[in-house]
Ligand binder design. Sequence first.
Ligand SMILES: [Zn+2]
Length: 376
Amino acid sequence: MQFNDVVGQHELIAKIITLVNNHHLPHALMLAGAEGSGGLPLALATAQFILCTDKHATDSCGACSSCTKMGKMQHPDIHFSFPTVKNKDKIPTSNDFIREFREFVAENPYGNDTDWLKFLDTDKQGNITALECREIIQKLQLRSFESEYKILIMWYPEYLEKEGNILLKLIEEPTDKTLLFFVTSNVEGILQTIQSRTQLFPLKRLTDLEIKEALMKKGVNEIKAVHYARIAEGNFHQALSLISGEENDVVNTLRNWLNCMYANKGIELVEWVNGMAELNKEAQKKFLEYVIQLLEHLIRVRTIGAQNLVLLESEQKMIDVLIAKGMSDFSIAEINDLLNYSIYEIERNANTKILFHSLSLRIQKIVLRKNRTYTS
Ligand SMILES: [Zn+2]
């Protein structure tokens, strides 16, 4: 991973390069950024830059023996630590899962902890164990093999519980030429004792433009790239998941809602409303805004066809079903008013259980109404 492969974060990268070149990089860094902002890619690129034997002014060479080993995450002076799960009855450490971790990161450098545990095909809780902490201390006491530095990259230090305190002495007084990079998306979730001993390097939220350009670099066409960049809201991981055709939750939520209304399933509808009422205000508003947007797409599909619209396969299917069920532009206008009013009410702290229930019944009345099918 080179700096050039990292999406955005230009200012932070420039700062890191200057610190490295002046031999001023702190020995314990906390790379902290929201999910999908690229903490792990940045840690990998920084480590590669430090160890590169033929580095350029602003990036590693990508070709020397050190860079080649880093590319495969097999450099003997780089150590990885990450959440693991119980392996039969053995207390696990990252060593037991390093092969899987390399494979996971190669495929998915912007992935998160949930993806990682899914990749391991487990429903067990992830953990960074006390045994792991002791092994880290042992590993870092050894002399480096090939480079001046040895580097530990710990991904998701928020998984360290009290056992993390085993590392305090190492963080405070590391052995010579030892660097510790902690990569987190939830800095508040990390042991205070560790937080206070590291230097915070915050990552920025990625801009839509940065995500758009990174998607286009991966061969995504411009219309799609703009669309997904907007939905992803600074999370490159989310943009990639959408591109890979993963259905997002919001489509499912809408499909369930429509099923309850069209099939007149009262009990399921109450359950749906309860689920919606548990979400926070922002998520509720976002869902309603999404429905408005999808209905706008429906009108466009009917009038100009689906070309030039970027729709997930599941969205296209839902639009086809709604058209087949006779959803008219007139009904859409009425539903739109109800949705907009509900957003306004949510902002005014309405009781959302009552609000979503009443909204559902009103929309249901519209979609089940006979003889009012105005065609466009
Ligand atoms: Zn190199």
